[in-house]
Write a protein that binds this ligand. Structure first.
Ligand SMILES: [Zn+2]
Length: 314
């Protein structure tokens, strides 16, 4: 119980801005939650109106949160599925398309009148898991999203590595390494290149490969459920394991992380954590592999928690 002599706890406010929901959280420095609320992302068909509504919704959520905490003008960290151009400060590659080309940080700052940090949602996931999730206690953490897309983030000594081009951890748009004839024909990625890791390892990528190579109209979960009853599902799953193993091995050869944390829909297949490390050794430039492959701790909450931790140095 706080007394007049104890200073109030310092809160970190984070917002996860997704295509369907906007969520706010207030954490203290121990990672305990003090406030949390989720609301639907505005969906007006007029992009200008939708953009203004998103800013308004964030402002309302922050106001409500601060009222509950009894503290005001706290810095806010925001995670969003997109990137912030280092050159212009404008949003790019966002799937909430009304944000693209906007100076979202300045517009939010104008409304909220406090320091704002924006970061890609995969980086927020990485920061959250490295801070007090599955990567806690490790100095070199590579966190991976295997979901609708394949993203990632790197956290070194509890600090997010952003990089000179703000693309640190974007391994999904490297080509699948050690390709062979089983990987042909290569598929065109939305980024314009052929054979990106994402076209094999994302949820839609895996579904597409299952159909192309094995004639299976099954998603990743269904494939895994049928590996004991359907030889083709077994083959498709084996192929996925091998591709994931070699794709992660190519990251290990560069970054040499102590731990790789998986997130996104495919991270829920528990068998991956046992099978992938059995396969990655032959691709890794070392006779001994100490890197651990682990499941995330916070699931869908990692994004919003990581967004809050963005403000810890502000
Ligand atoms: Zn790509």
């Amino acid at each position: 119980m706080a007394t007049s002599s104890t200073p109030p706890p310092k809160f970190f406010l984070g917002i996860d801005l997704g295509g369907t929901k906007i969520e706010i959280i207030a954490l203290d420095k121990l990672g305990h939650e003090h406030f949390r609320k989720r609301t639907a992302t505005p969906t007006d068909t007029d992009q200008h109106i939708q953009y203004r509504q998103i800013i308004h919704t964030i402002n309302e959520l922050v106001g409500e949160c601060e009222k509950a905490l009894g503290q005001y003008y706290l810095p806010v960290g925001i995670g969003l599925p997109g990137a912030i151009s280092l050159k212009t400060g404008l949003i790019k590659n966002a799937n909430t398309t009304c944000l693209i080309g906007r100076d979202f940080k300045s517009d939010l700052h104008q409304q909220l009148k406090r320091p704002i940090t924006l970061e890609n949602d995969a980086n927020c996931f990485a920061l959250s898991e490295a801070k007090d999730g599955a990567g806690k206690g490790f100095n070199n953490v590579f966190a991976v999203i295997l979901g609708t897309g394949v993203g990632g983030g790197v956290v070194i000594n509890q600090q997010l590595l952003v990089g000179a081009n703000a693309i640190c951890g974007e391994w999904g748009h490297n080509p699948l390494p050690w390709q062979n004839e089983d990987d042909l024909p290569l598929q065109t990625c939305y980024c314009g290149k052929l054979g990106c890791i994402e076209t094999f390892l994302s949820g839609p990528g895996m579904r597409n490969q299952n159909e192309l190579q094995y004639g299976l109209t099954l998603n990743s979960r269904q494939v895994f459920e049928q590996i004991h009853s359907q030889p083709k599902a077994r083959q498709a799953y084996e192929m996925y394991l091998e591709r994931l193993a070699k794709s992660l091995a190519s990251v290990i050869n560069v970054l040499d992380p102590e731990v790789i944390v998986l997130g996104g829909g495919l991270s829920n297949i528990d068998n991956l954590y046992e099978e992938v490390p059995k396969r990655w050794g032959k691709y890794i430039f070392s006779d001994e592999v100490n890197t651990k492959l682990v499941k995330n701790t916070f699931g869908d909450s990692s994004g919003v928690r990581g967004a809050a931790y963005l403000t810890q140095n502000m």
